[in-house]
Design a protein around this ligand. Structure first.
Ligand SMILES: [Cu+2]
Length: 148
Protein backbone atom coordinates (compact mmCIF):
# COMPACT_ATOMS: atom_id res chain seq x y z
CA UNK A 1 0.00 0.00 0.00
CA UNK A 2 1.43 3.38 -0.90
CA UNK A 3 1.68 6.10 1.71
CA UNK A 4 -1.01 8.04 -0.07
CA UNK A 5 -3.48 5.14 -0.03
CA UNK A 6 -2.66 4.49 3.62
CA UNK A 7 -3.43 8.10 4.51
CA UNK A 8 -6.61 7.89 2.48
CA UNK A 9 -7.67 4.71 4.30
CA UNK A 10 -6.95 6.31 7.69
CA UNK A 11 -9.04 9.33 6.74
CA UNK A 12 -11.89 7.09 5.64
CA UNK A 13 -11.75 5.12 8.91
CA UNK A 14 -11.83 8.34 10.90
CA UNK A 15 -14.88 9.50 8.92
CA UNK A 16 -16.60 6.18 9.60
CA UNK A 17 -15.87 6.49 13.32
CA UNK A 18 -17.31 9.99 13.37
CA UNK A 19 -20.43 8.80 11.52
CA UNK A 20 -20.86 6.00 14.06
CA UNK A 21 -20.58 8.46 16.95
CA UNK A 22 -23.11 10.73 15.26
CA UNK A 23 -25.50 7.79 14.85
CA UNK A 24 -25.17 6.88 18.53
CA UNK A 25 -25.75 10.49 19.58
CA UNK A 26 -28.83 10.79 17.34
CA UNK A 27 -30.22 7.46 18.58
CA UNK A 28 -29.78 8.37 22.25
CA UNK A 29 -31.31 11.81 21.69
CA UNK A 30 -34.37 10.20 20.08
CA UNK A 31 -34.54 7.73 22.97
CA UNK A 32 -34.38 10.54 25.49
CA UNK A 33 -37.14 12.49 23.75
CA UNK A 34 -39.39 9.41 23.71
CA UNK A 35 -38.63 8.79 27.41
CA UNK A 36 -39.51 12.38 28.30
CA UNK A 37 -42.76 12.17 26.30
CA UNK A 38 -43.76 8.90 27.99
CA UNK A 39 -42.96 10.39 31.42
CA UNK A 40 -44.99 13.50 30.62
CA UNK A 41 -47.93 11.36 29.48
CA UNK A 42 -47.99 9.41 32.75
CA UNK A 43 -47.45 12.52 34.85
CA UNK A 44 -50.49 14.05 33.15
CA UNK A 45 -52.58 10.91 33.56
CA UNK A 46 -51.68 10.64 37.22
CA UNK A 47 -52.49 14.32 37.74
CA UNK A 48 -54.76 13.32 40.63
CA UNK A 49 -56.49 16.02 42.56
CA UNK A 50 -56.20 18.88 40.10
CA UNK A 51 -57.58 16.84 37.28
CA UNK A 52 -60.85 17.80 35.67
CA UNK A 53 -61.87 15.15 33.22
CA UNK A 54 -65.57 15.71 32.61
CA UNK A 55 -64.82 16.37 28.94
CA UNK A 56 -62.63 13.29 28.55
CA UNK A 57 -64.11 10.22 26.92
CA UNK A 58 -64.17 7.12 29.05
CA UNK A 59 -64.84 3.49 28.31
CA UNK A 60 -67.50 1.76 30.43
CA UNK A 61 -65.98 -0.76 32.83
CA UNK A 62 -67.37 -4.15 33.76
CA UNK A 63 -65.82 -5.67 36.86
CA UNK A 64 -66.02 -9.36 37.68
CA UNK A 65 -64.25 -8.68 40.96
CA UNK A 66 -65.92 -8.76 44.39
CA UNK A 67 -64.39 -5.34 45.10
CA UNK A 68 -64.16 -2.45 42.68
CA UNK A 69 -62.90 1.10 43.10
CA UNK A 70 -64.18 4.30 41.55
CA UNK A 71 -62.02 7.42 41.66
CA UNK A 72 -63.69 10.69 42.58
CA UNK A 73 -61.87 13.54 40.88
CA UNK A 74 -62.90 17.17 40.70
CA UNK A 75 -65.83 17.13 38.28
CA UNK A 76 -65.69 13.48 37.36
CA UNK A 77 -66.03 9.87 38.42
CA UNK A 78 -63.73 7.25 36.97
CA UNK A 79 -65.00 4.95 35.71
CA UNK A 80 -68.14 6.93 34.99
CA UNK A 81 -70.04 3.82 33.90
CA UNK A 82 -69.40 0.76 36.01
CA UNK A 83 -71.04 -2.64 35.89
CA UNK A 84 -70.56 -5.06 38.79
CA UNK A 85 -72.08 -8.31 39.98
CA UNK A 86 -74.64 -8.37 42.76
CA UNK A 87 -73.05 -8.69 46.18
CA UNK A 88 -69.85 -6.92 45.22
CA UNK A 89 -68.45 -3.94 47.08
CA UNK A 90 -67.75 -0.63 45.36
CA UNK A 91 -65.36 1.80 46.99
CA UNK A 92 -65.36 5.44 45.91
CA UNK A 93 -61.94 6.93 46.61
CA UNK A 94 -62.09 10.68 47.02
CA UNK A 95 -58.97 11.98 45.34
CA UNK A 96 -60.30 15.42 44.47
CA UNK A 97 -59.05 18.64 45.99
CA UNK A 98 -62.63 19.76 46.66
CA UNK A 99 -65.36 17.94 48.62
CA UNK A 100 -67.88 15.84 46.69
CA UNK A 101 -70.49 13.19 47.28
CA UNK A 102 -71.94 10.09 45.66
CA UNK A 103 -75.72 10.33 45.64
CA UNK A 104 -78.13 7.96 43.91
CA UNK A 105 -80.54 10.05 41.84
CA UNK A 106 -83.40 7.86 43.14
CA UNK A 107 -82.42 7.91 46.78
CA UNK A 108 -81.01 4.38 47.01
CA UNK A 109 -77.64 5.40 48.43
CA UNK A 110 -75.75 8.49 49.49
CA UNK A 111 -72.22 8.89 50.75
CA UNK A 112 -72.63 12.32 52.27
CA UNK A 113 -70.08 14.96 51.35
CA UNK A 114 -66.52 13.73 51.76
CA UNK A 115 -63.06 15.22 51.43
CA UNK A 116 -59.80 14.29 49.76
CA UNK A 117 -58.40 11.08 51.22
CA UNK A 118 -61.81 9.76 52.30
CA UNK A 119 -63.44 6.72 50.83
CA UNK A 120 -66.95 5.36 50.90
CA UNK A 121 -68.15 1.81 50.33
CA UNK A 122 -71.42 0.46 49.08
CA UNK A 123 -72.46 -3.17 48.75
CA UNK A 124 -74.48 -3.65 45.58
CA UNK A 125 -77.19 -5.97 46.86
CA UNK A 126 -79.87 -5.15 44.28
CA UNK A 127 -79.67 -5.56 40.54
CA UNK A 128 -80.53 -2.67 38.29
CA UNK A 129 -79.10 0.47 36.75
CA UNK A 130 -78.47 3.30 39.18
CA UNK A 131 -77.59 6.78 38.04
CA UNK A 132 -75.82 8.87 40.62
CA UNK A 133 -74.22 12.26 40.81
CA UNK A 134 -72.56 14.73 43.13
CA UNK A 135 -75.26 17.03 44.47
CA UNK A 136 -72.71 19.85 44.71
CA UNK A 137 -71.60 19.52 41.08
CA UNK A 138 -74.33 18.24 38.81
CA UNK A 139 -71.91 17.71 35.94
CA UNK A 140 -70.45 14.85 37.98
CA UNK A 141 -72.57 11.91 36.93
CA UNK A 142 -72.03 8.19 37.07
CA UNK A 143 -73.88 5.00 36.42
CA UNK A 144 -73.69 1.85 38.49
CA UNK A 145 -75.19 -1.20 36.86
CA UNK A 146 -75.61 -4.27 39.03
CA UNK A 147 -76.08 -7.62 37.30
CA UNK A 148 -76.45 -11.17 38.63
CU1 LIG B 1 -68.83 17.42 43.58
Amino acid sequence: MSRLTKRHAAKRDAARRRARVRRIVITSCAGLIVAVMVAAFFAFRGGGSERTTAHVRQQPVTSDSAETSVNVFDNDFEPRDLTVHRGSTITWDFKAKHPHNVTDDNGGFASGTLAQGDSWQFVADKTGAFTYSCTLHHAMQGTLTVID
